[in-house]
Every structure is written in C-alpha cells, then in structure tokens.
Design a binder for this molecule. Structure first.
Ligand code: NAD
Length: 477
C-alpha cells in the first residue's frame, strides 16, 4: 500500500476533493445540517464510550475515569455549549453605517470557510482532534481529520467510526505520519487547525502559505508557576500535583516548572510528596489512574533529565512499561534563574512534556517575572498567591496564552473562554464562540439604494462646497 492510499481506497488528493465537493454541494450550510452534524458527532462519542476508553487505555494507559474527564466529556460539553448558542451566533447581525453612506443598511453574515484540515497530537488524541471539529462543523464547513499516528488505537477507531456517523462525507480522516501529513499539506484547504509542537507548526505554516490558507496553531512551551501561598499549602500542592502529573505530565498546559523563594522549597516539596501519595498512592505504577509515557524516545528524553538534577520525589522508572513516577527535582547549584535555550540545566531548556517538575528558586516575584519575560511567551501561567498585588504583577507584566490563579489546566474546560497561545505558543484561539469566529468568515453585506444618489458628492467634478461638506461628514465617522 503506497503512503497515499487510504483504507477507504481513496488516495489523499481524492479524499480532499471528495470533501470539497461535499462542501460545494451546499449540504453543510443550513443551520439544520450543522445541528445534525453536531448530534452525529455527539452520538459517535456517546454510542462508543467503551471503545474510546479501551483505545485510550491501549495508547496512553488512560483509565476510563481519565478518558471521560479529560477527553470524551470535554468534547460533549463543547458540543452542548455550541448547540445552546449556535442559533444566536448564526443570526446575521446589523452592521453600523456611517453618516456618509446613508441611506444604506449593513448586515454581518457569517459564512463557512470551506474545507478545514485538523491535525492533532497524541497526548489527548480524542479531545484535540474532535474539539476543533465541533466549531468547524458548527460553522458549516467540511473537514479532513489527521489523527496522530502515535495514538494508533484511537486513530484507527475514529477512522472506522467517522464514515458511519458522517455517511454523506462531511468529515473524512487520513491516518498516517509525516509522509501522509506532508501530502495532505500539499493540498489546498480553506483553514488549517494544527495542535502540536512549534517545530511542526512552522512546517504547517510554510505549507499553508503556498495556498494562502489561514491557520490556527495550538502549540506548546514551558508554562510557569509562581507559588508564594503559604496559607493553604496542602490544597495548593494537590492542585499543582494533579495538574502536572495527570496524563503523566503529557499535557500542553501542564505546569512546566515552579518558581518560589528559596525558604519555601522544603515545605513545598513535603506538601507535593503528600499530595502525590494522596492522588496516586504510594506506588503509582500499581494503580490504574497514572499514565505512561507515549514511547521509548520520549521516555529516554525524560529519564535523561534526572541525571542533571537532584531528584527529591519519585524518579523510579521502567523502560519496558514506559513508566516514570511523578517526579520533583531541584537543581544542584540551586538553579541559576533562567529558562530557555541558554539555561544551565537541560530540564529548563525545553518544554518538559512529562512527569518531571523542577523547582526553581528565585529571590522574588519580580525576579520570576524577569525569568518569564526573558524567553518565549508561554501557553499558560499559573499564580498561586493570596496577594492581589502579586496577581496584578504577573497579569500586567507578563504575556501568556492564559493566566489562572490558584489552579492549573482548568481554563481548557471553559467553553466560553478563548483557548490558545500568543507568540511562539500559538496563533489564534478556539473553543465555543472563538471557534465560531475562527472557522467562519464574517462577511459585511452593505445595501445602498440608487435613490437618493448621495454618492454623487464623492464623485468628480467636485465643488469647493461639496468637498467641505464631505470633509465634515467623513470626519464625523
Ligand atoms: P508534533 O508536532 O510532533 O505532531 C503533531 C501532529 O503533526 C501529528 O499528527 C503528526 O503526525 C504531525 N506531524 C509531525 N511531523 C510532521 C511534519 N513534518 N509535517 C506535517 N505534520 C507532521 O506534536 P506531538 O508530539 O504530537 O505533541 C506534542 C507537542 O504538542 C508539545 O509541544 C505540546 O505542547 C503540543 N501541544 C499543544 C497543545 C495545545 O492545545 N496548544 C495541545 C497538545 C499538545
């Protein structure tokens, strides 16, 4: 089977052509078709919960509870939110008309973009493929989905289910890795939603530029944590440990590293140890709730960090099982306060994307701000403090995809908030209304009656009086 031959017998260009023809037939444009597609997507998830749970267990050792909490329910919630608001979003809105163009009427009409390509990573292989699809379908588009080859059970399940729930062809999948993704990216799409690394994000954007295709890039990076909240340390540590070690740390918005003052490090370590024990037991490997590293390459990279650091919690690992315990590290020289490519320690040089949490002591919250601003804008920033002044300091003096106070990860579950990065952590945002905006074209429709012919004033020959009047009207706005 050649790289471009699909299981449905179609080659990649033919698949994309079929999905485009379906879009051009107009079958996905009506509100009723959009609602039908959202119901179909919801049914695909709810009818096959057990199959999804089994696939996620096989790919990532995600327990059924984790599968429900972090994958299936997230998409179902997004569908329900969208169904609740879709009619209002879709209604044409009245647009303002300036004095100079009166009489006239303007409407703002949302129209679908066309065929949208969704490329997803392996870490939340259901959520990150199907959550964008909710907005894509709500906006009346058709879609080609490219699931990650590194979550093969989930990818093949979705590929089997899609034709059953979208028999007319509004959605099609293309399975595969780099060769297939490359061939896909050579096709023309009307929008591309890519979730993954910055390195591949650049490849996607270059390919999109060939066709002038707009992109939404959901990328990664090192999401920092500031901690100075001594008041309720056990609660803070529990939230932090949960956010970091869920899915074995393989979450784009997982806390990457924690900054705090040196005097707080011992108490934080003790509290994190207790929290990890409470959440995953004395031996997380034995339980069903703790995940595994996706492959040996990633496992080796993560275990490699441990050699350069002082392991203060965890560190146990087993390559055969790709198990790496929830691990907290400090840095031998206390850690020079720097992150990014010039950092002294490898664990501070790149996104960790695994269950290793370094604690970086800094002199003050102001120094933490300097550390953050010295490198790429992060996808998320988490601030655990009871001080309104410190909250404002981080909000006003740093830039990140999102800021969350006294919690982490949870903003991703808010369908009403835009989800995305800024600068190197991403371009564009989605979820709820923001998906609608990203995957629709907002078209102004302006209607101007032929009589009275007020445009005559703007056409030659001009009179001095006419120009003066026009100037007054135009400057009025
Ligand atoms: P990745 O960039 O390696 O792969 C993502 C997708 O791109 C996969 O479907 C893969 O097949 C495809 N791909 C890989 N190489 C390609 C190429 N040369 N040309 C075209 N397509 C290619 O990312 P990953 O390892 O699956 O995920 C980890 C990264 O994703 C981390 O950086 C993480 O922070 C980021 N991430 C971001 C979000 C977010 O919502 N912002 C969510 C999850 C993961």
């Amino acid at each position: 089977m050649s790289a471009s031959t699909r299981t449905d017998g179609l080659r990649i260009p033919e698949t994309v052509t079929a999905v485009r023809e379906h879009f051009e037939s107009g079958a996905t444009r009506s509100l009723s078709a959009r609602i039908r597609h959202l119901h179909a997507l919801r049914a695909m998830l709810t009818d096959n919960e057990a199959a999804f749970e089994a696939a996620l267990w096989s790919d990532l050792h995600k327990s059924p509870a984790q599968a429900q909490l972090t994958e299936l329910n997230v998409v179902v919630a997004e569908i329900n939110h969208t169904l609740r608001h879709l009619r209002r979003w879709a209604r044409p809105k009245r647009g303002p008309v300036p004095l100079t163009l009166l009489p006239g009427r303007a409407r703002l009409v949302s129209e679908p973009l066309g065929v949208v390509l969704v490329i997803a990573p392996w870490n939340y292989p259901v959520q990150l493929l199907l959550n964008p699809l909710v907005g894509v379908l709500a906006a009346g588009n058709t879609a080609v989905l490219k699931p990650s080859e590194l979550a093969p059970a989930t990818a093949s399940l979705i590929t089997r289910l899609v034709p059953r729930y979208f028999p007319q062809g509004a959605v099609r999948t293309v399975e595969g890795g780099v060769p297939e993704a490359t061939e896909l990216l050579a096709q023309r799409f009307d929008h591309i939603v890519f979730t993954g690394s910055g390195a591949v994000g650049r490849v996607v954007m270059r390919a999109a530029a060939e066709h002038l295709t707009p992109v939404t890039l959901e990328l990664g990076g090192k999401s920092p944590v500031w901690f100075d909240n001594d008041a309720d340390l056990p609660a803070v540590a529990r939230r932090l440990a949960w956010a970091k070690f869920t899915n074995a740390g393989q979450t784009c918005i997982a806390p990457d590293y924690v900054m705090t003052t040196p005097d707080r490090v011992p108490a934080l370590v003790t509290a994190l140890k207790d929290a990890i024990g409470d959440l995953w037991g004395a031996d997380p490997r034995a339980g069903r709730e703790y995940g595994r590293i996706v492959n040996e390459h990633q496992f080796d990279r993560l275990v490699g960090y441990l050699g350069d650091t002082d392991v203060v919690i965890g560190g146990e690992h087993d390559r055969g099982e790709r198990y790496l315990a929830p691990t907290v590290v400090t840095l031998p020289d206390g850690g020079r306060a720097a992150v990014g490519p010039r950092a002294a320690h490898p664990v501070l040089r790149e996104e960790i994307f695994g269950p290793v949490l370094p604690i970086l002591p800094v002199a003050s919250a102001e120094e933490a701000v300097t550390v953050i601003n010295a490198w790429d804008k992060p996808l998320a920033l988490y601030v655990f403090t009871s001080s309104p002044r410190i909250r404002r300091l981080f909000e006003q003096h740093t830039s990140s995809g999102a800021v969350v106070h006294n919690a982490a990860l949870v903003h991703a579950a808010a369908s009403g908030l835009p989800f995305g990065g800024v600068g190197p952590s991403g371009i564009g945002a989605y979820h709820g209304l923001y998906s609608w905006r990203s995957f629709s074209h907002l078209k102004p429709v302006l209607a101007k009656p032929l009589r009275p012919d007020t445009l005559g004033l703007a056409q030659p020959p001009f009179t001095a009086r006419g120009v003066r009047l026009l100037r007054r009207l135009m400057r009025h706005g």
